[in-house]
Design a protein around this ligand. Structure first.
Ligand code: XMP
Length: 517
């Protein structure tokens, strides 16, 4: 991690749904933050040497059998602790207070009266709207604590013991529905923990480049380059650190968007602006062979991930001694793969959980594994990558493999590519491309009856998707004007053979995910 940055807020994860947001908000305030599972226990917390600790929300009741807990010693480390929702109830419970089921569940935006004399609420309005989501509440404070906020139904919406630097809030300060939540977290970080704010992208990039140089020495590095934001930023960082010791391999797995290969080669190839070795491998056939007849989404991801590594290994062998494999894994990939906090494994991300166990490299380097997406883009700008590359919409590692529901065939890939190219053109023509986080066309495994000319058809249904999101953990489907949908639909059914139906996916995440598989 960045050596010039010393302050750290440790987010101890009890399994709540907003926990990554807490770390993001803290970082946005200029202080580094990391998430660990409560299961790691007190020793791991101590070892992390945090400047402050935040205990997150969670789905349980503190008094339920087997409820997640932590050694109460955490409150005696002399390190400030803020408990949020479940985390706050746990603090009360472990320190001798009482937590009980509330008569009425409090959910949604709630007016909270706060004591503005508290360090946590300094500068906050006396009555402020906060986001509540709880069944239990604190009914008796632990000794030495005082109430610092209340609502109509909740007498202790916040409690504190400033001498011991212990604070708890019943509401979720990390979600934007809590109007002054960001200020409250900022207050905790600056007023209570005494941080000065040493998390800056400029110094992160600088020290990462230095660390990569030290670590890699005279060794050689192979970097998988997909042309997406993450791998491009990782490649640029490595190019800056070790120049021609780096070879970037672009594997065309036959699951790329239309013209992707040509575009990537233009930017990173011989005639591009970067000083690095670039190899483009046409591996479509072998991926199609491995994927033939496979319909299970997780198995498809694993196959694609594994084949990627095999192709890399072969390229590495051609180059000679290659000690390091670089990847553009970012923090949400780490957390969503169940390796960081408490999140359930939702999908094996291609960059993380999908890797085979026996990889023939000395080590995998992941220079972005601590960065959120917006921080990754920022790092790219610091490294001098062009804006069009840095602000590009994300494209998943397994490519169209997760956008073709069911078995993948070259024919289905072609249909998906052509439909997707039309959808992207129409979105751009309507001037919507800047305001939508991610949009693409997918191929469902639904075939249905249609009529074209006088002929009966039995063809595929294409699904169009467009979402907005800030963190890709949650996303909203976009309200696309009908003219745009209908123009894209007409073009797709007319220009793309084997498609007779176009559907628009109106689902948000949750309950859906951004990708179809
Ligand atoms: P989901 O489908 O999980 O997608 O809601 C969230 C974001 O992650 C991208 N995504 C991936 N990116 N490897 C990647 O590099 C993957 O295996 C992968 N799966 C999903 C997806 O495009 C969206 O931006």
């Amino acid at each position: 991690m960045d050596q010039t940055q010393k302050e750290k807020i440790l987010v101890v994860d009890f399994g709540g749904q907003y926990n990554q947001l807490i770390a993001r908000r803290v970082r946005e305030s200029g202080v580094y933050s990391e998430i660990i599972s409560y299961r790691k226990g007190l020793d791991a917390v101590r070892e992390a040497a945090p400047t402050g600790i935040i205990l997150t929300g969670g789905p349980n009741s503190v008094y339920a059998d087997g409820a997640p807990s932590i050694d109460p010693g955490i409150f005696g480390l002399g390190v400030p602790v803020l408990g949020i929702c479940y985390g706050g109830q746990l603090m009360a419970h472990l320190l001798g207070g009482k937590v009980e089921a509330a008569g009425e569940r409090e959910y949604g935006k709630t007016l909270v009266s706060v004591d503005t004399g508290s360090k946590l609420f300094s500068g906050i309005r006396e009555e402020t709207v906060c986001w509540m989501s709880h069944n239990d509440y604190i009914t008796r404070l632990p000794e030495g604590f005082t109430a610092s906020a209340h609502t109509a139904n909740c007498p202790f919406a916040a409690m504190e013991c400033p001498e011991k630097k212990l604070y708890a809030i019943q509401f979720h300060a990390e979600v934007l529905h809590t109007e002054q939540g960001t200020e409250m977290l900022r207050n905790f970080v600056y007023n209570v923990c005494g941080c000065r704010g040493d998390w800056k992208m400029e110094s992160f990039v600088e020290s990462s480049v230095r660390e990569l140089r030290e670590k890699i020495g005279a060794g050689r590095v192979l970097c998988g380059l997909s042309g997406g934001v993450d791998s491009s930023v990782a490649a640029a960082m490595l190019a800056k650190a070790v120049g021609r010791q780096l070879t970037c391999v672009f594997v065309d797995h036959g699951l790329m968007r239309k013209n992707e290969r040509e575009e990537v080669c233009a930017v990173f190839g011989e005639n591009g602006p970067f000083e690095l070795n670039f190899v483009c491998v046409d591996a479509a056939e072998r991926f199609y062979e491995k994927l033939a007849g496979v319909t299970d989404p997780e198995q498809k991801r694993k196959i694609i991930g594994e084949e990627f590594i095999r192709v890399f290994e072969e390229e590495a062998n051609k180059i000679g001694e290659v000690e390091y494999l670089a990847q553009g894994t970012i923090y949400p990939d780490v957390v969503e793969s169940g390796l960081g906090g408490e999140s359930a494994v939702i999908k094996s991300h291609h960059n993380v959980g999908g890797l085979p166990d026996h990889v023939r490299f000395k080590e995998i380097v992941e220079p972005l594994r601590y960065l959120f997406k917006d921080e990754t883009r920022q790092a790219g700008r610091e490294l001098g990558l062009p804006e069009y590359l840095v602000s590009r919409q994300p494209f998943p590692g397994p490519g169209l493999g997760v956008r073709i529901v069911g078995a993948v065939t070259p024919e289905k890939v072609k249909i998906t590519q052509d439909a997707d190219a039309i959808w992207r053109e129409e979105i751009a023509k309507a001037g919507l491309d800047k305001s939508i986080s991610q949009y693409y066309a997918a191929l469902t495994n639904l075939r249905s009856v249609g009529v074209m000319g006088d002929e009966r058809t039995y063809d595929y249904a294409v699904a169009l998707r467009a979402v907005t999101t800030t963190d890709f953990m949650t996303a909203e489907a976009v309200n696309i004007p009908w003219e745009v949908l209908s123009a894209a639909t007409n073009r797709i059914v007319n220009e793309v053979p084997h498609v007779n139906r176009v559907l628009y996916d109106c689902t948000s995440k949750p309950p859906a995910t951004v990708e179809l598989e």
